[in-house]
Design a protein around this ligand. Structure first.
Ligand code: MLT
Ligand code: ZN
Length: 470
């Protein structure tokens, strides 16, 4: 049988062109588990030129490409189910340059988030984008999804830290976007178009990231609150008195799952919800301010208990209660919602959400948590153990349709930070108008005329012609 990948083997060698079953299964999916992986092959390029060659080959052969970073995505954006060529960036993992005057770090796409943070620390600077999957997620994937995480309230999204970008388009051209400039008023900024485009417009191969001053010492306080309706009142108080670096909430149901795997309950009794407040604490005034937030909360009835971490170890233990949720519920193959509304709408949205879920999910366990301080809520619905995956996904998809209506009423988004991928594709129209989606399709055609870059993610491809000579 002719080897379809002969040309790629010649380019990469056998050790960087993988076709073994376990490799296909490993590289063919992300952290979503409902999509069976079935890629045709895995390519591990080591240079930008090799990525360009791969794209030219895919274009000639009419093969779709799925870009692959740390595969920690939660919307199926990096899943390959139809014989695609997965292009993994794990061999492109070098820090290329640091400029102390510009305070930028230039890295290849496959550098892991934690390695970027570490490289910044080694230079007495700080890369502030942070989330639970920091040890596996890669910078190229973070850019492709405009990753957010736990510090958005203070530092913004990945987008805010990308000073320059190199990406290979669907025709194999290399784009060098913005080249680290602070000011650049020369028309369309394709850098920002590529950020969050989920690999549908170009393959990110290199990024120049901005760094900043390290934060002052941080302190962590965990508050038990009387209910979800009390959260935003506590947030308003905390934001008024403290410089917040994180304001995260989770429900008692979420906490129970984390504690089932170890660790100590932070308070004597149970509360309906908890908020983890992290704030800058350069001096004792911050501690006084935090205690005042606690006391005001108690007086108003919103806060029922609280604990202020007295050491780094205690702070990490409190953080674990929040960051351990995803892993703790993973064995139950949760159906994940990742929604956002404007901060001003969170309280009324949460109220509508509670009645929707009480009505629609009476028999499922629903785990609520997330970055409430920036308007982003994660709602993970757990599959009853006896229920088949298909039936479960269908039931959840039905409720997500209704959730989309609630979101549309509140002017919210069906994906705050995980991306649309496959999972949220049917609901894109709840956040983006038909005209916007039509424009997105046209933009894709410009960057990727043959529709070979991550087709079927974000929106379904229109019929395309493939097999051109490059
Ligand atoms: C988180 O904030 O923990 C993540 O976005 C992951 C998740 O939703 O499970
Ligand atoms: Zn999150």
């Amino acid at each position: 049988m002719p080897d379809r990948y002969q040309c790629l083997r010649a380019l990469l060698g056998d050790d960087r062109l993988l076709t073994a079953e376990d490799d296909l299964a490993h590289y063919g999916r992300d952290w979503t588990r409902q999509y069976p992986p079935a890629p045709g092959a895995i390519a591990l390029p080591a240079t930008v030129e090799e990525v360009q060659e791969l794209v030219r080959w895919a274009r000639r052969e009419g093969v779709a490409i799925v870009p692959s970073g740390g595969r920690t995505g939660l919307s199926g954006g990096a899943v390959a189910m139809h014989g695609e060529l997965v292009v993994s960036f794990e061999r492109m993992n070098r820090v290329l340059d640091f400029d102390p005057l510009d305070r930028t770090l230039t890295v290849e796409a496959g550098v892991v988030t934690e390695a970027v943070q570490q490289a910044a620390r080694e230079r007495d600077l700080f890369y502030p984008v942070d989330f639970g999957s920091r040890g596996s997620s890669q910078i190229g994937g973070n850019i492709a999804t405009n990753a957010g995480g736990i510090k958005v309230i203070r530092y913004g999204m990945t987008r805010d830290w990308v000073a320059g970008l190199k990406a290979v388009t669907g025709t194999g051209e290399l784009l060098e976007l913005n080249r680290g400039l602070v000011k650049n008023a020369t028309g369309y900024d394709f850098r920002h178009l590529l950020i969050g485009s989920e690999g549908t417009l170009g393959l990110v191969v290199e990024a120049t990231l901005r760094l900043t001053d390290p934060p002052p010492p941080l302190a962590v306080m965990l508050l038990a609150v009387s209910g979800l309706d009390a959260l935003m009142g506590v947030f308003a108080q905390a934001r008024e008195h403290l410089t917040l670096t994180a304001f995260e909430f989770f429900s008692e149901a979420a906490l129970k799952h984390v504690l089932a795997r170890g660790g100590q309950r932070p308070f004597e009794g149970e509360a309906p919800a908890y908020v983890l407040v992290e704030y800058e604490a350069p001096d004792e005034h911050a501690t006084e301010a935090a205690l005042a937030v606690f006391e005001q909360g108690v007086e108003s009835g919103a806060v029922v208990d609280g604990v202020l971490a007295q050491s780094q170890a205690q702070a990490s233990a409190l953080w674990h209660l929040r960051e351990g949720i995803t892993e703790a519920v993973a064995p139950r193959t949760p159906y994940k919602n990742d929604v956002s509304v404007r901060i001003a709408r969170v309280a009324s949205f949460l109220a509508d959400l509670q009645s929707l879920f009480a009505r629609e999910y009476p028999d499922f366990e629903v785990i609520e948590f997330g970055h409430i301080g920036d308007g982003n809520m994660h709602i993970s619905v757990l599959r009853p153990e006896a229920m088949a995956m298909d039936a479960f996904t269908r039931a959840c998809a039905h409720v997500t349709g209704k959730l989309s209506d609630v979101l549309a009423r509140h002017g919210g988004s069906i994906s705050a930070e995980h991306g649309v991928g496959l999972l949220k594709k049917p609901y894109l129209a709840c956040t983006r108008s038909a005209h916007e989606i039509a424009l997105m399709r046209q933009v894709k055609r410009v960057f990727d005329p043959d529709g070979i870059l991550n087709p079927g993610k974000l929106f379904d491809p229109e019929p395309v012609s493939v097999g051109h000579d490059a």
